[in-house]
Design a binder for this molecule. Structure first.
Ligand code: C2O
Ligand code: CU
Ligand code: CU
Length: 537
C-alpha cells in the first residue's frame, strides 16, 4: 500500500506566504486559539530598531592541544542560559534560551587550520517553556527538559566533539568540544542538537554563527570589516505580549506539529530592523535559521546581486541573480552594491515579507573592495565516475493509522535501527535521495561537504509500488547559485536528488537528517558511520 500523500495545500500556502494558515495539517484550518493569541507583526512600526550585529566571542584563555602536547590553542567558554531579549522597540522582552546573552549567540571566528576548544556550559532551567512531545524518541517524560548538546554545523569535527544527539548534558555540566577547523573559509553555525527537542531548543534561540577565514579568501579583497554583515534570518510566531509561540497539535498527548511557519521574521534577533549603509559594495553572509521556512530573498527594487559562496565556502565564480532561494540551515554569501541607490532606502524581502531595511547614505568612503571574476581557482566539479559506491536512500512520509499522525523517515528506517550507511574514509560516494513526499526536504550530512550532481523527476507511486525508479523527465543540473560546496541540499518532491560526497576528515559515528527541525525531531534523522579502510562497509 502506498502511503497516502498529504494535500499540497500546505506547500501552496507556504509559497504564497500565508504563514498562519498553514500551521496545522489536519484539520486544515488552524485552531482558533492561535489566531487569537498570535501577534500580527504588520501591526508593529517597521524599521525602528537598528540591526544588531552579534558580538565576536573572545577566548577565555588557552588550553593544551589535545593531540599535540606542548602546543596550546584558544579556549572559549559559552554559557547556555535563559535570557530576556528585546526583539522590537514596542514589545516587552522575549524569553529565550541563548548562547551567551543574545540570539543569535556570539560569533566564533577562526582561521582555517587554527584549532580551538569550546566549553559549552549548560545553565538552563529545569523545565522547558515550549511544549515537549514526550512520545518522540529520546524525549520521554523521565528525560531532563533543560538538556543541551551543541553541534557545529558544517564543521569538519572529530566524532566525539560533533555533538551526537543522545550525548546531551544538563545544568551544571559542560560539553567540551575540540574544533580543528581544517577546512576552507566558510560561514558555519552552531546550534543545539538534543534528541527529541532540537526544534524547541533552536526555536527558543540556541543558534550562533561560526566563521572560518583563510588567506585565499583574504586575497580576493571582498568587502570586509564593517562592510561584511553576518545575518541570521529566522521566522517565529509571537504572542500578543511578544513571547515565542510554538504551535501544538490538537492532541495534548502528542503536541508535535509537522512544521512551524511564523510571520515574525527576525534578523539577528530583531523584528524588521534597519541598517545604515554607504553607497558601495557590502558582503552579506546569510543563514536561514528557521525551523521550516524556505526563503526567497530579493531586493524590494528587484535589483540584481552577486552570489559568491554556498554553505561550505566560495563558488568558483560569482553568479548574478535577482532572487536567492534558501532552505533552512543553508548559507549563502552575496555581494550587494548599494551605489545606484545612494540617498534612498531598499529592503531585503522574501516573497511578501519585508525583512530588513537598508538606508543608503548619499555618499561614503571610497570603495576599494572587489568581486573578482574567479573566486575559487581550485574548485572542480565532481563527476559521477568519482563515486566508488551509490546508495539509494528514500525520503518517506507515513500516516500512522492508529495515531492519525504524520511521520517522516529516511530510507523507511527509524533513528533507533542499527547503522546502515558506513562509507569508507577517503572514498567518494553518490547518494541518491529519492523524495517520495510532497515536500522539499533540506538534507544535511554532518562532517562532510558535497556537491549536488543533479535532480531528476520520477513517478513516486511507481517507486512505492515496485521499488523501481521511473524517470519522467530529464536530469536537471543544479542552479549556478547552488553549484558550490554544500553541506545541506534541497531534495525536491517527486525527484531524485543526487549528491556526490567525499568522506574526508575523521572516522566515527555521525548523523544525517532533514533540517526541517520538526521532521528531524520525529524520525527524519539517521546515524551513519565513516569507517576505516578495510572495515566492512
Ligand atoms: Cu545543523 Cu545536524 O545539524
Ligand atoms: Cu551539521
Ligand atoms: Cu524534512
Amino acid at each position: 500500500m502506498p502511503p497516502p500523500f498529504r494535500s499540497s495545500r500546505r506547500a501552496f500556502l507556504r509559497n504564497a506566504g500565508f504563514a498562519l494558515a498553514s500551521l496545522q495539517l489536519k484539520p486544515p484550518a488552524p485552531p482558533e486559539e492561535h489566531q487569537q493569541t498570535a501577534l500580527d507583526p504588520s501591526t508593529l512600526a517597521p524599521f525602528v530598531d537598528p540591526l544588531p550585529l552579534p558580538t565576536v566571542a573572545a577566548p577565555a584563555g588557552r588550553r593544551p592541544h589535545p593531540q599535540n602536547s606542548g602546543k596550546t590553542i584558544p579556549w572559549y567558554r559559552v554559557a547556555i542560559r535563559e535570557r530576556m531579549v528585546k526583539i522590537h522597540r514596542d514589545l516587552p522582552p522575549t524569553r529565550m534560551w541563548c548562547f551567551g546573552d543574545s540570539f543569535p549567540g556570539p560569533t566564533i571566528e577562526t582561521r582555517s587550520g587554527q584549532a580551538m576548544i569550546v566549553d559549552w556550559e549548560n545553565q538552563l532551567p529545569t523545565h522547558h517553556f515550549l511544549p515537549i512531545d514526550h512520545t518522540l524518541d529520546g524525549a520521554g517524560s523521565g528525560v531532563p527538559e533543560g538538556r543541551s548538546v551543541v553541534h557545529l554545523h558544517g564543521g569538519r569535527t572529530p566524532a566525539d566533539s560533533d555533538g551526537y544527539p543522545e550525548d546531551w548534558i544538563v545544568a551544571g555540566q559542560k560539553q567540551t568540544c575540540f574544533y580543528p577547523s581544517g577546512q576552507d573559509a566558510a560561514l558555519l553555525f552552531y546550534h543545539d542538537h538534543s534528541m527529541g527537542i532540537n526544534r524547541l531548543n533552536i526555536y527558543a534561540g540556541m543558534q550562533g554563527l561560526f566563521i572560518v577565514r583563510d588567506a585565499r579568501e583574504d586575497d580576493l579583497k571582498l568587502p570586509s570589516g564593517q562592510y561584511e554583515l553576518p545575518l541570521v534570518i529566522a521566522d517565529r510566531l509571537l504572542t500578543l505580549d511578544g513571547q515565542l509561540l510554538y504551535p501544538v497539535s490538537p492532541d495534548p498527548e502528542r503536541p508535535w506539529v509537522p512544521e512551524v511557519f511564523g510571520d515574525a521574521i527576525l534578523t539577528n534577533g530583531k523584528l524588521l530592523p534597519y541598517h545604515e549603509v554607504e553607497p558601495r559594495k557590502y558582503r552579506l553572509r546569510l543563514m536561514n535559521g528557521s525551523n521550516a521556512r524556505f526563503f526567497r530573498f530579493e531586493l524590494s527594487n528587484r535589483a540584481p546581486f552577486q552570489v559568491i559562496a554556498n554553505d561550505q565556502g566560495l563558488l568558483a565564480a560569482p553568479v548574478s541573480t535577482r532572487r536567492l532561494p534558501m532552505a533552512p540551515a543553508e548559507r549563502a554569501d552575496i555581494v550587494l552594491d548599494f551605489t545606484p541607490f545612494a540617498g534612498s532606502n531598499v529592503q531585503l524581502v522574501s516573497d511578501s515579507f519585508p525583512i530588513l531595511q537598508f538606508r543608503v547614505a548619499k555618499s561614503g568612503m571610497p570603495d576599494a573592495s572587489q568581486v573578482p571574476a574567479v573566486l575559487d581557482r581550485s574548485f572542480t566539479r565532481l563527476r559521477e565516475s568519482d563515486a566508488v559506491r551509490t546508495r539509494r536512500l528514500t525520503l518517506d512520509e507515513r500516516l500512522d493509522k492508529v495515531q492519525q499522525s504524520m511521520g517522516m523517515l529516511l530510507n523507511d528506517t527509524p533513528w533507533s535501527a542499527p547503522i546502515t550507511e558506513k562509507p569508507v574514509i577517503d572514498t567518494t560516494e553518490m547518494w541518491e535521495l529519492v523524495n517520495l513526499t510532497e515536500d522539499a526536504h533540506p538534507i544535511h550530512l554532518h562532517l562532510v561537504r558535497f556537491q549536488i550532481l543533479d535532480r531528476r523527476p520520477i513517478e513516486p507511486f511507481d517507486y512505492m509500488k515496485w521499488g523501481r525508479l521511473r524517470y519522467v523527465g530529464p536530469a536537471q543540473t543544479p542552479e549556478p547559485l547552488e553549484s558550490g560546496w554544500k553541506d545541506t541540499a534541497r531534495a525536491d518532491p517527486g525527484m531524485v536528488t543526487r549528491i556526490i560526497v567525499p568522506f574526508q576528515g575523521y572516522t566515527g559515528r555521525y548523523v544525517w537528517h532533514c533540517h526541517i527541525l520538526e521532521h528531524e525531531d520525529n524520525e527524519m534523522m539517521r546515524p551513519y558511520e565513516v569507517v576505516a579502510v578495510g572495515s566492512r562497509a
